[in-house]
Design a binder for this molecule. Structure first.
Ligand code: ADP
Length: 491
């Protein structure tokens, strides 16, 4: 039952039904055309035999003067004989279209003014066939060509009307109809077989695609799928390969992330273990040493904590629909608060912290997230700085975007590292970063937050001279489904 249902839902069933119906429809139309031509042919042959009989009667009628009222037994007999031979009725009409002879002797003396009779009186043979009554009528002009030698001058002196009831199911046509039915029956069988094979042949490449994709999915075939000879299936293979490559890249980056996370989480643990083992192996160590080691262990615990909380923040942002609570935020105030919070850190590192607001800016942002993003930038500018250095933060805006610059004259970033600093766990200067408690996740978090706001972040740095981060974000929040036409943004 399931197999039957799945067959009827398949593309093959549709192709089969389509080819089958086309086959049958084509034959039915063909049968109609053949049947119609056959009938026409039947009528035409009937008209032909009437015409030849008409010629015989015509000369008899003219030469004997029968048409002018001269009774002639042999002409009458000839007419009746012809009517019998043609299995119909013959009427002879004079020039005023009055019947002078009816082989059925019913219409004599009456006038017949049918269309075809009028046409024949004009000199042209005419016929009519009434499908409903099955009545075939042929009118032939009776021409007196004895008076003139040229056919042009011949005059129509009467009309010969032949009427015949054509049997709807004559022997011939019923045999023909039987033949048609047989033809139709064979056609149905042939169409069925052909449609079956056509649908199978068309679906073969598609089924092959499924089999080959299956084998790749099951890991039986490692390589990419090789292109196919058909355009459509080749496209499917291309798309599948692109998809498989994307999955591969994703999987690789996930594996790399997991191994980075494990490594980062293990490092503080390893340090703690070394410190704890050292204390354990020295039972008589002085209290100061214990304190120092315990202080180091606490430092490592803090580091582990920072990594875990940064990781959690990142994972939260990674979720497709990270919640974003947009509100109107006065950015000048927000920056002042961040500066106030980070001032003790700057003082400790002897770094000067300056905020320059070019104009009051109110924008639609998620206050908590945005504050975290900018804090990370300013914190880095303080951390990766020299004693006596400065951090310059500025806020500006145009009618569409606001801009935040975070500039320092600190350590700078090596050229080869600039493109990587937004990667997770990437640190340009590993030892220094670790020393100051960096997790390598801060800029990834900042970048995620800026992108959530449909903004851009760019960096410009010279090693040994300093670094500048520029953030550009739309003043009015652009929801995900809105058109995201953004200009290229480079500093
Ligand atoms: P971390 O926790 O190590 O600071 P981040 O993701 O915040 O991690 O930064 C990545 C790396 O980028 C840092 O380790 C550092 O080498 C470099 N970096 C970031 N900001 C600055 C800056 N203002 N000056 C110099 N180097 C920086």
């Amino acid at each position: 039952m399931k197999r039957i249902t799945s067959f009827f839902k398949s593309l093959r069933a549709r192709i089969f039904l389509l080819s089958f119906s086309l086959g049958v429809i084509f034959t039915v139309i063909l049968s109609f055309i053949v049947g119609f031509s056959y009938k026409r042919e039947e009528i035409n042959s009937e008209i032909l035999s009437v015409s030849s009989q008409a010629r015989i009667i015509n000369s008899a009628v003219v030469t004997t003067g029968y048409i002018n009222g001269t009774d002639n037994e042999s002409v009458r007999q000839a007419i009746e004989f012809s009517a019998q031979a043609l299995s119909g009725r013959i009427l002879v009409l004079d020039s005023s279209l009055k019947v002078i002879k009816d082989s059925y002797s019913l219409y004599e003396g009456k006038t017949v003014i049918w269309d075809i009779v009028l046409q024949a009186a004009g000199g042209e043979s005419a016929s009519s066939n009434d499908e409903k009554s099955g009545l075939l009528a042929v009118a032939v002009p009776i021409i007196d060509d004895t008076k003139s030698s040229s056919a042009k001058d011949s005059t129509v002196i009467g009309v010969l009307l032949f009427v015949k009831q054509i049997k709807k199911d004559s022997d011939n046509s019923s045999a023909f109809n039987q033949l048609l039915i047989l033809f139709l029956f064979f056609d149905i069988i042939i169409s069925f077989i052909l449609a079956w094979f056509i649908s199978k042949a068309i679906m073969k490449p598609v089924n092959n695609v499924a089999t080959r994709i299956d084998s790749v999915t099951k890991g039986l075939v490692e390589n990419e799928l090789t292109p196919d000879k058909y355009t459509e299936t080749a496209k499917i293979y291309d798309s599948f390969n692109a998809y498989a490559n994307r999955m591969k890249t994703l999987d690789e980056s996930r594996q790399e992330f997991v191994s980075n996370v494990s490594h980062e989480l293990k490092t503080p643990l390893a340090s703690m273990k070394v410190l704890a083992d050292s204390i354990n192996s020295m039972p008589d160590a002085p209290v100061d040493m214990y304190r120092e080691f315990m202080g180091d262990i606490t430092g490592e615990i803090d580091r582990e904590n920072n990594i875990i909380s940064d990781l959690l923040t990142l994972v939260r942002f990674d979720r497709k629909k990270a919640e974003i609570n947009i509100s109107q935020v006065r950015l000048n105030t927000l920056l002042e608060e961040i500066m106030k919070r980070l001032r003790p850190l700057a003082d400790k590192a002897s770094v000067e912290l300056v905020l320059e607001s070019f104009r009051p800016v109110t924008a639609e942002v998620d206050e908590t997230k945005f504050s975290l993003a900018i804090s990370n930038l300013i914190e880095n500018a303080i951390k990766y700085n020299n004693e006596g250095g400065y951090v310059h933060v500025s806020l500006n805006a145009d009618h569409q975007y606001f801009y935040i610059h975070v500039e320092d004259n600190g350590l700078g970033i090596p050229e080869e590292s600039v493109d990587h600093i937004f990667e997770r766990f990437y640190r340009a200067d590993k030892s220094h970063s670790r020393e100051i408690g960096g997790t390598g996740l801060g800029l990834s978090i900042t970048e995620s937050i800026i992108h959530m706001h449909k903004g851009e972040i760019n960096v410009h740095s010279v090693l040994g001279e300093g670094t500048e981060f520029v953030v550009r974000v739309p003043i009015h929040y652009i929801a995900d489904d809105a058109d995201e036409k953004q200009k290229d943004f480079k500093i």
